[in-house]
Design a protein around this ligand. Structure first.
Ligand SMILES: [Zn+2]
Length: 139
């Protein structure tokens, strides 16, 4: 009869788990933290979002404002974006997912390790993982 101790088995089980080392797994799309005050909506974690996606606040805000069809302004000191309208968090999260698909994820390999570059009038999504360059429509 074997008398292997429980902790030993547990440690061995953990040691055998596959290690998650893929670069893509570093990225988790932050959920929008939005608060509606009067007829304005403020995205309180706007800076977290554009930092995580490595996109300029201007590019991301322009996308959101155009899609929603409202004016808005970035407050650089607090890292927030205020929209001149009432917009629900689920709507903002959906738009953020669309933005990520269009302007962040590499269509060739699925990596989020990409940069957005402007070449003349064309915007290029350049992947740092596989090297693919994809033209994307301007915001
Ligand atoms: Zn790629």
């Amino acid at each position: 009869m074997e008398t292997l101790d429980y902790n030993y088995l547990l440690n061995r089980a953990f040691a055998m788990l596959p290690r998650k080392t893929s670069r893509a797994q570093r990225f988790v799309l932050p959920k929008v933290n939005a608060v509606i005050i009067g007829s304005y909506t403020t995205i309180r974690n706007f800076k977290d979002i554009y930092d995580t996606l490595r996109r300029s606040p201007k590019h991301l805000s322009r996308f959101l404002l155009r899609k929603i069809g409202v004016a808005g302004s970035i407050d650089e000191s607090s890292g927030t974006l205020t929209l001149h309208g009432k917009v629900s968090a689920p709507t903002l999260n959906r738009l953020l997912e669309i933005y990520v698909k269009k302007y962040v994820v590499c269509p060739t390999c699925g990596s989020w390790d990409t940069v957005l570059e402007r070449k003349g009038r064309v915007w290029i999504l350049r992947c740092e993982a596989c090297g693919a360059e994809t033209s994307v429509e301007p915001v």
